[in-house]
Design a protein around this ligand. Structure first.
Ligand code: FAD
Length: 374
């Protein structure tokens, strides 16, 4: 494997009193699976670009996943274009996937600059201006690939601030051992909740609450089911609605490693409580359960706040994407600004969708640059 081609990565341009640097053809924000796939295809098309990533190390969100999440537990990390992803194993996903991304960046000489946290993107004189603190890049097109990990979502319930125990979101979930001997309430009806309960129930007392009764799946997730799920998300995004969580369209699966928790009754779910009290939670009918810790497995939101100055959101709250006929995972172009692509947003928000979307985004960038030059 060769060393990274750092010579191709231009220094950022300082704002104050410095001549603006060259205008780039494209800037990609985010170096997770979505950003790397897009960079690969941009490079293949000979498009001058940079990838700006907030993390200090390669690996996107995977470097932050909890240590007990092994490659066997994840739902499949798909191949980055032109390479093979590591197979399932008992090694921690937060080591294996970052290693894979690191090697990929080096091997393909992808022009990643890190750590750079973009705080806003403006439009000025026909160009997009990317700001990260005092640093600024000007570009003709933008690919946003910032994922969701940096925006954990915790719903509001009255009394949450009064709770004397520990509250933690999935994004900061430590490990089951941390909760041994404590009564733990897991909130949320997604795959993360099922996984947390799967490892918590054998070591400590658990309770599970979800807003809606969970929809269980018996079988593994085949490609027809995958397509149906992605089509449902694409339909929402096309209508400008915020993307639905994947599980709302895929259903939940209890895997072999969660059978013990199932046997212990961990998946006998309760409806949502009404309020949180200092020592537990209370339902509308007066029922009270004492708990020592609450795990909010309540999902994430797209990390797109830095795009707000571009006015991409529809009145329904989501960023509408232009549909690509016959290819639901390939919708990437913002309906309100064809200079902007979103990869890993809506229908391409899984490792399985991002390669296809990255290819499409690079094509859309190329077409836009061609139309501007013509
Ligand atoms: P990320 O991997 O999150 O990468 C985004 C990058 O953008 C990060 O490096 C971040 O630092 C950077 N960034 C964010 N904001 C900024 C900014 N303002 N400026 C600069 N950089 C920024 N999908 C699967 O297919 N299989 C699974 O098994 C699976 N398991 C999951 C488990 C959990 C707990 C969660 C939350 C999600 C899981 N997913 C899984 C979905 C998963 O998030 C996506 O599949 C995939 O990892 C997302 O890749 P990405 O490149 O879009 O985002």
């Amino acid at each position: 494997m060769q060393a990274p081609d750092t010579a191709r990565v231009p220094e950022p341009v300082l704002k104050a009193g410095v001549e603006p640097g060259p205008v780039l053809d494209a800037v990609v924000i985010g170096a997770g699976q979505a950003g790397l796939a897009t960079s690969y295809f941009l490079r293949g098309r000979g498009i001058d670009h940079l990838v700006l990533d907030a993390n200090p190390q390669p690996g996107g969100a995977w470097q932050h996943r909890w240590a007990s999440l092994t490659m066997r537990d994840v739902h499949g990390v798909s191949d980055l274009p032109g390479s093979s992803a590591p197979d399932g194993s008992d090694r921690a996903a937060n080591l294996v996937v970052p290693d894979y991304f690191d090697g990929y960046e080096r091997w393909h000489h992808l022009p990643v600059v890190r750590p750079v946290r973009v705080d806003r993107v403006d439009s000025e004189g026909g160009l997009l201006v990317v700001h990260a603190g005092e640093r600024v890049w000007r570009t003709r097109t933008l690919v946003n690939a910032t994922g969701t990990w940096t925006r954990p979502f915790v719903p509001y319930y009255p009394g949450a601030a009064s709770f004397r125990g520990e509250q933690v979101h999935t994004a900061r979930y430590p490990a089951a051992e941390h909760f041994r001997g404590r009564r733990v309430l897991v909130v949320g009806g997604g795959a993360s909740a099922v996984q947390h309960l799967g490892e918590l129930a054998p070591v400590t007392d658990t309770l599970w609450v979800t807003r809606r009764p969970p929809v269980w799946r018996e079988d593994d997730f085949d490609s027809a089911a995958g397509l149906a799920a992605v089509t449902a998300v694409e339909d929402r995004v096309r209508r400008g609605l915020p993307p639905a969580s994947v599980v709302s369209v895929t259903g939940l699966l209890v895997r072999p490693q969660e059978q013990e928790a199932a046997r212990l009754g961990a998946y006998d779910r309760l409806p949502m409580f009404e309020r949180i009290e200092p020592d537990g939670v209370r339902w509308a009918d007066g029922r009270f359960e004492r708990v020592d810790a609450i795990i909010w497995a309540t999902g994430f939101r797209p990390a797109v706040d830095h795009l707000a100055p571009l006015g991409l959101r529809s009145s329904s709250g989501g960023i509408a994407l232009v549909p690509v006929p016959g290819n639901v995972q390939a919708a990437t172009t913002a309906a309100r600004d064809p200079r902007v692509q979103l990869v890993g947003y809506g229908p391409s928000a899984s490792t399985l969708g991002v390669s296809r979307a990255g290819r499409q985004a690079a094509l859309a960038v190329s077409r836009h640059l061609g139309s501007v030059a013509a």
